[in-house]
Design a protein around this ligand. Structure first.
Ligand SMILES: NC(=O)c1ccc[n+]([C@@H]2O[C@H](COP(=O)([O-])OP(=O)(O)OC[C@H]3O[C@@H](n4cnc5c(N)ncnc54)[C@H](OP(=O)(O)O)[C@@H]3O)[C@@H](O)[C@H]2O)c1
Length: 274
């Protein structure tokens, strides 16, 4: 069966997801499906396209899926249903036999409630952190996995790559000195287990795709800016402006091999130990 590849980025409104969406519009000729939770898709679209290197083709290839509230399963499922309907419509229009499948998928949802001490832990904040950082990723696996290539298919470009943005602080073996951010840390450790488990599942089903996690370094986005953790780029110590981080992590993902599946890799291409 022939397949038409596409990119999926969720969410794409800000930060790393926005940078990745622009990167794929700029550097590929593939359709890019991007989720957002705004009630103003025209604004989201113009914001994504308001960057260097965007042209008419970028505008045509950028397809928004939304609004998607990551703490609501019905909302995530609704986006997957919209994607399915859109792909069927396009296949019908083109009279194609083959279907469109994910080539690269990035799941970026994450929030940080930066508790310094255990006394600062708050039930609602912990719950929200786990809803966004873990549960939404599990539900993306549930609802978007059907868009991966089927086991009967093959691609000259190798396996599809399904990536979750994790963080080094999710590593238990690396947690030796500072501690801190317990809810975020625990959520990323749980996400890493979800990544491993989903990858095993893909492998068992012989789906031509691998799942992995990426630690992007410290990236200048609202996540760190709002928390005043940003004191300027310092690439030697893993601190990057957004375009630099995106170049590095997409390059790591392009180089990922079968024997690296199910694990978490940093912006240098080195493993973040579990
Ligand atoms: N920045 C860093 O230094 C760093 C380091 C390590 C790991 N990470 C990870 O990288 C990922 C991306 O972080 P970032 O730095 O790009 O953060 P960001 O700039 O704060 O962007 C967060 C994104 O998540 C979306 N989002 C948050 N809660 C949502 C919800 N309930 N429903 C729908 N969308 C929601 C936001 O959408 P709206 O625009 O609608 O709010 C926004 O698109 C996260 O998983 C983070 O943990 C970041």
């Amino acid at each position: 069966m022939s397949t038409a590849p596409f990119i999926l980025v969720s969410p794409a409104s800000r930060g790393v997801g926005l940078g990745l969406t622009r990167h794929y519009l700029r550097t590929t000729s593939l359709p890019v499906y991007a989720t957002h939770r705004s009630s103003d898709p025209a604004f989201v679209k113009s914001h994504i396209l308001d960057a260097q290197g965007m042209d008419d083709s970028s505008a045509e290839r950028l397809k928004l899926l939304g609004p998607v509230e990551m703490t609501d399963e019905a909302s995530i499922k609704n986006a997957a249903d919209k994607l399915s309907a859109e792909l069927k419509r396009q296949a019908g229009e083109a009279g194609k036999e083959g279907a469109a499948y994910i080539h690269r998928a990035w799941f970026c949802a994450g929030i940080l409630h930066p508790e310094k001490r255990f006394e600062e832990l708050d039930y609602d904040q912990i719950l929200k952190t786990f809803k966004v950082n873990v549960i939404s990723h599990l539900l993306a696996m549930k609802h978007f996995a059907p868009f991966l290539p089927p086991r009967s298919s093959s691609s000259e470009q190798g396996p599809a790559k399904w990536i979750h943005i994790s963080a080094r602080v999710g590593s238990i073996s690396d947690n030796n000195s500072l501690g801190g951010w317990p809810s975020y840390r625990c959520s990323k450790a749980a996400l890493n287990q979800a990544i491993r488990t989903f990858d095993l599942n893909l492998n068992m089903k012989k789906i031509p795709a691998l799942c992995a996690g990426i630690h992007p370094g410290t990236v200048h986005t609202d996540l760190v800016d709002g928390g005043a953790f940003w004191h300027g780029p310092d690439p030697a110590h893993g601190k990057f402006e957004l375009p630099d981080a995106v170049e590095r992590i997409t390059s790591v993902v392009e180089r990922l091999q079968e024997n690296q599946r199910g694990r978490v890799w940093d912006w240098k291409g080195q493993e973040v130990q579990p």
